[in-house]
Design a protein around this ligand. Structure first.
Ligand code: ACO
Length: 429
């Protein structure tokens, strides 16, 4: 017999179904609550609300577990490639050899963007933030490829749209960077794999030879895999909510990019580096900044610390910390910011304030240091996160559309003025 829970409202008892996930997560299904009782639930920030069932990513914040389609993130980061992981997330299974070859080749031959899109870059200010450019250009794809196709009807068109987006976003991101430098834009070179191509478009200059460094390629591959999905986070929920109106995939992803930009979400990796630089500039007194973070009147937070769901440790931060050391050692980079980061971590992890609130370094704490070491400018950090998160957004959008989920439309509890009559201007005090 399926489980139920009893709730009693105004003395009347109601049975609500219990939904149990494959990893034992339990939820009370309130989808008929309003019809049954006239009540809705209130959960600002969705701290206790499951917005969907999903078979893509499993995350246990208390135990520090992250799985994509059942595969532990540690194994994927060590053994998989970003494009293989993207296939897994979007289509549900690891590809076989021929599926992977086709997938990689279908993406490889769509890396060029329409020449008319190039002209859009000219309209942005020189110092335009790459995330603004990325969101605008991702959205503009919907105007270059306007057909809105039902994912349940035209599977091939959908595949085309997905490969196109994965192929073109790195080109757009690298061009946003080149444009901000006033450098000529590099066209993709399809002899390169996904990560190599991105690095080539980011860093190659017409005046000198450039070959992507395998150490850097490997680090980038890991970083992208670690960011590839994180179930119903702010930007992913945005993608699902926007897509639930049946707007195109490109527009939905553009909404996700905008949401990711915020400093409490993907924007944190940029803020981490800026914070470390500020501490360095101030003389390197880490204790002073820890105290500032604890002072409620100060407003300063330790960026890269804390997470909405990880209340033990962030498994991605563990992998990245090792990757970070490797990259810095192998590239021979001696970064004083890393010393500040390590000291900050050490002090904060022992401090009662952070221990009591279960605030640990998150994935963004170390990713910025790696990006800096491999030459990515600070204002591109969040765009790097967006490139990594893209397969997750697509997978979540695809799942939502294939399941024919209804348009998302939360309720509210109104707390404003009750009905009153309009007051003429000369009668207002
Ligand atoms: N520094 C200092 N204090 C903090 C920090 C921090 N980084 N994070 C949380 N706290 C404190 C809060 O002030 C609060 O204290 P209180 O209980 O005394 O009022 C308590 O810890 C709980 O914090 P909330 O903000 O309620 O936790 P929430 O789950 O809503 O927020 C968040 C999580 C947004 C990530 C928060 O920890 C934060 O702002 N961190 C810094 C930004 C950051 O690194 N974001 C990246 C997240 S990872 C990602 O998006 C990939």
């Amino acid at each position: 017999m399926s489980k139920t829970v009893e709730i009693i409202i105004e003395g009347k008892s109601y049975q609500l179904p219990v939904i149990e996930g494959t990893e034992g997560e339990k939820a009370i299904d309130i989808s008929n609550l309003r019809d049954m009782t006239g009540y809705v639930t209130l959960d600002v920030g969705y701290k206790n609300t499951g917005a969907t069932t999903s078979a893509i990513t499993f995350l246990d914040g208390e135990a520090g577990i992250l799985h994509y389609r059942g595969y532990p993130i540690e194994q994927l980061a060590e053994k998989s490639s970003f494009l293989e992981t993207a296939y897994l997330l979007i289509f549900g299974e690891l590809p076989n050899k021929s599926q992977l070859e086709k997938w990689e080749s279908d993406i490889r031959r769509r890396t060029l963007v329409n020449e008319d899109m190039r002209k859009i870059f000219d309209g942005f200010p020189v110092n335009a933030h790459p995330m603004g450019v990325l969101a605008a250009l991702a959205s503009s794809l919907a105007t270059f490829y306007p057909a809105v196709i039902d994912p349940n009807r035209d599977v091939d068109a959908n595949y085309l749209r997905i490969t196109r987006l994965i192929a073109k976003l790195p080109t757009i991101a690298a061009w946003a960077h080149k444009n901000s430098q006033g450098h000529p834009l590099n066209y993709p070179k399809n002899k390169y794999n996904y990560c190599e191509n991105f690095l080539y478009m980011m860093f190659a200059l017409p005046v000198e030879d450039y070959e992507p460094d395998p150490v850097v390629v490997d680090a980038l591959n890991k970083l992208l895999i670690l960011h590839a999905d994180h179930e119903q986070n702010c930007s992913t929920s945005t993608v699902r909510l926007a897509g639930s109106s049946h707007v195109s995939l490109y527009s939905s992803v553009s909404a996700g990019i905008s949401s990711l930009w915020g400093p409490l979400h993907g924007g944190a990796n940029q803020e981490v580096l800026e914070m470390l630089e500020a501490i360095q500039k101030d003389g390197g007194n880490v204790e002073k900044f820890v105290e500032k973070a604890k002072d409620k009147n100060d407003g300063f937070r330790l960026m890269g610390f804390g997470h909405r769901v990880y209340k033990n440790f962030d498994p991605r931060a563990k992998i990245i910390k090792v990757a970070c050391d490797n990259v810095l050692n192998r590239l021979g980079v001696n970064d004083p910011l890393l010393e500040i980061a390590k000291k900050l971590e050490e002090i904060a992890l022992k401090d009662d304030y952070f221990v009591e609130r279960k605030l640990y370094p998150n994935v963004d704490f170390y990713s910025g240091i790696i990006y800096k070491a491999i030459g990515i400018p600070t204002d591109m950090f969040t765009a790097m996160f967006a490139l990594g998160r893209l397969p997750g957004w697509i997978a979540q959008w695809y799942e939502m559309r294939k399941e024919k989920q209804p348009i998302g439309r939360p309720r509210q509890i109104y707390t404003g003025a009750t009905q009153r009559d309009y007051v003429a201007l000369d009668k207002r005090g």
